[in-house]
Design a protein around this ligand. Structure first.
Ligand code: SAH
Ligand code: TMP
Ligand code: ZN
Length: 422
């Protein structure tokens, strides 16, 4: 089955400018569509390619999936599986309560709250809030923690209803979700409707600068419709009548940026912006020719990873994966890796266990079963959680097990682990 998608568009989804291609990954499954064995024949595929707009410099996918094909009742991603991310959002929410939510009856809206990883802290502080997320399973987990949630796609009409029911929001927040939403014009009209005059819209997302600098090509998959840079985000927010007032680099997910956006002149722009703009000019983040060099690295990684796994297999070693990430869908399908090279993937998410990885059909197995049957090598697909996972699985490394990483280049960690590799 092939998903009904509009023809590969070469016009920018934001500004209508010309989009030229940077890299084509070919045919890909829906990245979070973990399948039951009996349904593996009926998977939907689409075409994954990424390009840059010559007018507004927004890096974007060429094909757009229907949003319901990605986000639905059974969407399996659960943000709270990571202790690092739990701490990250607890700290952010705590700061928000102290700095922005000091008025008489503040109100926070989160777009894409998932299992409530951020709003839990807001709710614990007794601050009025509403999470909006279309993925019912994740939203119900949030609700069970006492968080107020609306199961819906945030868009203009939803924002209007929220305003009518709850009043304006002092802060609208969104993490790792804004880049997932191609129909961004409706989102900005919604934010305009909902945000208080002096309110702040804060969003954080993977950063294009880190992606190209560190060869994180697996950050490119269906859900990441936009890959943001400061240049493209400024063009985007100004297009909708807002101002970019601050940007802060974050280490999570391999490198992200937290953008603060306000109504014009409502806030004084921070000094960090100029530095980051200069960094992007050095990197050439608005230059298609420079960005296209990224493609050379992606092809090399595919070659090296397949060569390493083939060699290990030939020598009789057993190899498994760790972290059935959405990122791994791009790696496995682009590299054509199946159970012949990687026997299964260990992952802590109950919603993924017992299913097969999309397209590549590796069984997803609970980490509790890892120690009972250690393989010789493990490909770390959740490389952004390396510290946490290597700490948990010390016993594997101690008995001689080895971790394979494929970014920024294919390499095997020595028994000194991450510290020795740094
Ligand atoms: N904020 C969390 C979750 C990121 S996963 C974190 O940073 O870990 C992205 C989430 O966005 C999913 O739960 C998905 O259901 C949700 N989402 C996708 N489109 C959305 C939309 N239009 N409005 C609100 N949430 C959306
Ligand atoms: P992410 O990189 O998109 O956040 O996905 C990480 C995946 O790895 C997710 O499916 C949960 C899984 N995981 C584990 O299996 N064990 C862990 O210790 C952590 C942190 C994540
Ligand atoms: Zn554009």
């Amino acid at each position: 089955m092939t998903l009904e998608t509009p023809p590969a568009t070469r016009t920018c989804r934001l500004c209508g400018g010309a989009v030229s291609e940077i890299f084509d990954f070919g045919r890909q499954p829906v990245s979070n569509a973990f399948v039951k064995a009996e349904e593996a024949d009926g998977e939907a595929f689409h075409h994954l390619a990424v390009g840059i707009c010559s007018s507004c410099s927004m890096v974007q996918l060429s094909d757009e999936l229907p949003r319901e094909a990605m986000f639905h009742d059974d969407y399996p991603y659960r943000s709270s599986e990571s202790a690092l991310m739990r701490r990250h959002f607890e700290e952010f929410a705590g700061n928000l309560v102290r700095t922005e939510l000091t008025g008489p009856d503040p109100f926070v809206v989160e777009i894409g709250c998932n299992d409530g990883i951020m709003l839990k802290t807001i709710s614990d502080h007794g601050v009025r809030h509403l999470g909006v997320d279309p993925s019912r399973g994740a939203a119900e987990t949030a609700a069970a923690k006492g968080i107020d949630v609306r199961v819906d796609f945030f868009e203009e009409s939803v924002a209007r209803e929220i305003r009518q029911a709850h009043g304006r929001a002092d802060v609208i927040f969104s993490a790792n979700t804004f880049s997932h939403i191609s129909y961004i014009d409706s989102i900005f009209r919604g934010i305009d409707e909902l945000l208080a005059e002096d309110g702040l819209f804060v969003f954080e997302d993977r950063y294009l600068g880190d992606i190209v600098e560190k060869n994180y090509f697996d950050q490119i998959y269906d859900e990441h419709f936009y890959l943001f840079s400061l240049h493209s985000v400024r063009a985007m927010v100004e297009r909708f009548g807002f101002e970019l007032v601050d940007a802060q680099r974050l280490a999570v997910h391999g490198g992200a940026v937290r953008y603060s956006v306000a109504r014009p002149v409502a806030r004084k722009p921070g000094t960090a912006l100029a530095r980051l703009f200069a960094h992007e000019r050095d990197l050439g983040l608005t230059d298609r020719v420079k960005l296209a060099r990224f493609g050379v690295n992606i092809r090399r990684i595919r070659h090296d990873l397949v060569a390493l796994l083939t060699e290990l297999k030939a020598k009789g070693f057993r190899v498994a994966g760790y972290g059935a990430t959405s990122k791994s869908a791009t790696v496995l399908n682009y590299c054509g890796i199946g159970m012949d090279l990687v026997e299964c993937v260990y992952d802590s998410t109950p919603e993924k266990q017992g299913r097969l990885t999309p397209g590549s059909h590796l069984p997803v197995v609970a980490p509790e079963r890892f120690a009972a049957d250690y393989p010789d090598y493990v490909v770390l697909f959740a490389w952004n959680h390396a510290e946490e996972i290597l700490a948990k699985e010390q016993a594997f490394t101690a008995q001689g097990g080895r971790w394979i990483l494929y970014v920024p280049d294919v390499h095997v960690l020595g028994n000194g682990g991450l510290a020795a590799a740094a």
